[in-house]
Every structure is written in structure tokens, then in C-alpha cells.
Design a protein around this ligand. Structure first.
Ligand code: SF4
Length: 279
């Protein structure tokens, strides 16, 4: 079994968890998280056990609460509204996501129609679109790009965790739909390098196991890019999902994990696969 070097927590997730931990240690009043802090159920549960309540909107906040803004970020109106209510805010938005928000806002100011390549239902994308006064168009496929009406001045940003191959293909289609097309590369360096390592490992092993939350976009992308090199990719959230017969007849297994997967969860998966190999 080979575990990819950079599997697991990225810089943005480590930062969000540290900020949330520090806030919970220091806050005299209750702390609430606007949406799940990160897309990993084990981490969210462990914070919940310590008293961090996940809320859907500011209506669920008491005046003395501290509100944590999650790593995926939120729109400017939400931050503004929290400030106007006098709430204490701890903003754990990943700096890569903040950059994407800033580029999207700048494109609108400069007179471009913004097209974001990403999953329209993902909180990061919803937050970035909110920075364009909700004017951005969100697409995620070549077909959707080809179906767009012609846009004379088009500005393009990407969901940070998308793969470079995917956005290159969709941007290629967008070039035919615009006259001036300005592209900001808002991909996150941590995800890009994690995907590169996992793709290389996928071609050296009989099967790849990708560990991470089912809601985690970067975990899903990791599995998808690995499948292009190796059809035998198993995506799981925890070790107890692993079946003994998955690895029957295989010699080499690779393991990688999404950016929000804790080391303990990866270690449990490694132990479980090692146990099957030894039996
Ligand atoms: S995957 Fe990238 S964008 Fe997302 S939190 Fe980690 S460093 Fe930030």
C-alpha cells in the first residue's frame, strides 16, 4: 500500500480548524458556525460535541453569539448583516476562496459578464456569485458553455477545487462564446498538487482508495481525476465501509484523501487495508 504524500488536510482547512478551536477556547459566549465549518462529518461532529452549533442563517443567532464563517466563505451581504447586528465574527474563509471572490467582484466592476466554472449548489460557488451581485452565470460542462449566448466581454473564474484539465476544456468552449475573454486562474494550489500526486500514484497501483466526506467537492474531484488513470477507484468516507473482497487478487493499493480529511481517518483506512493484506 502506498499513501500519497500530500493526502489530507490542506492549509486552508488546517487554518479554519485552528481558528475555530481558538475561538471555542476563548469565547465566553456561545459559538455558532454558519454552515458546516468544512465538508468532513468526523470533524464537524467533533466540534458539535464541544458545543459548536451549525446554523443555516443569522436568524438562529443570539446577540452575544460569536459566528464562525466557514472556509468556503459567504457573500458580502451576509457579512454586512452580521456586522450591522453587532455580532462577533470569526472569518475562516480560505485565502484562495477570498481571492476568487475578489477577482469575481473586480470583473463585475470592470464591466465583464462573469462566468464561473463550478457546482452551482456548492457553498463556495454561491459565495463567489454573491460577490458579483448574483449576476454571474455558473456552468460546469462543455455543453453548458457551448449553450451560452454570445458574451462580448466575458470574465471567467473557477471553483478553487476543480481540476486543471476540466477547466481547460470548459474554457476552450467558452472562447467560442466571447469576444474578449478574461480568465483568472482561481484554482487552489494545494488541490492541484494533491491531484497531480494522486494521478501519478493511480497509474502505479491496481486500485486507488480516496478518503473524504461525501459532500467534499475536492474529494470528489480527486476520485474523478484518478479514475481517468485507473478505473478501480474506491471513494469512501471512513474505514468501516471497506469490504475485504475489494482487494482480492490485487498486489498494490494506493491511498489518497481529500483536503478536509483528518489524519486519524486516513490512519484508520490504512490500518484496515493493512489488516486485509496480512490476513
Ligand atoms: S482545498 Fe484549497 S481552497 Fe479549499 S480550503 Fe484547502 S487550500 Fe483552501
Amino acid at each position: 500500500m502506498i499513501v500519497a504524500d500530500n493526502a489530507g488536510f490542506c492549509f486552508g482547512v488546517k487554518r479554519a480548524i485552528k481558528m475555530a478551536n481558538d475561538t471555542m477556547d476563548a469565547a465566553g459566549s456561545s459559538v455558532k458556525s454558519l454552515g458546516s465549518l468544512i465538508h468532513n462529518p468526523q470533524v464537524v461532529n467533533s466540534f458539535r460535541e464541544r458545543g459548536l452549533e451549525v446554523i443555516a442563517d443569522l436568524d438562529d443567532v443570539d446577540p452575544d453569539d460569536t459566528v464562525i464563517i466557514r472556509s468556503h466563505g459567504v457573500g458580502p451581504e451576509l457579512k454586512q448583516s452580521a456586522t450591522e447586528r453587532g455580532l462577533k465574527i470569526v472569518d475562516t474563509t480560505c485565502p484562495f476562496v477570498t481571492k476568487a471572490q475578489q477577482y469575481a467582484a473586480r470583473l463585475i466592476t470592470d464591466g465583464y459578464k462573469v462566468v464561473m466554472i463550478g457546482d452551482k449548489n456548492h457553498p463556495e460557488v454561491i459565495g463567489v456569485v454573491a460577490h458579483t451581485q448574483n449576476q454571474a452565470i455558473v456552468i460546469d460542462t462543455i455543453a453548458q458553455a457551448e449553450a451560452l449566448k454570445f458574451i462580448p466581454r466575458m470574465g471567467v473564474v473557477f471553483q478553487t477545487t476543480h481540476s486543471i484539465g476540466h477547466v481547460q476544456a470548459v474554457v476552450g468552449a467558452l472562447l467560442k462564446r466571447g469576444k474578449e475573454v478574461r480568465v483568472f486562474n482561481t484554482l487552489c494550489g494545494a488541490t492541484t498538487s494533491m491531484q497531480k500526486t494522486a494521478i501519478e500514484l493511480s497509474s502505479e497501483v491496481d486500485a486507488m482508495v480516496i478518503v473524504g466526506g461525501r459532500q467534499s467537492a475536492n474529494t470528489a474531484q480527486l476520485a474523478e481525476v484518478c479514475r481517468k488513470k485507473n478505473p478501480r477507484v474506491l471513494q469512501i468516507e471512513a474505514a468501516d465501509e471497506i469490504k475485504d473482497d475489494w482487494f482480492r487478487g490485487l498486489t498494490r493499493v494506493g491511498v489518497s484523501a481529500g483536503a478536509s480529511t483528518p489524519d486519524e481517518v486516513i490512519a484508520e483506512v490504512v490500518d484496515r487495508i493493512t489488516g486485509i493484506g496480512a490476513s
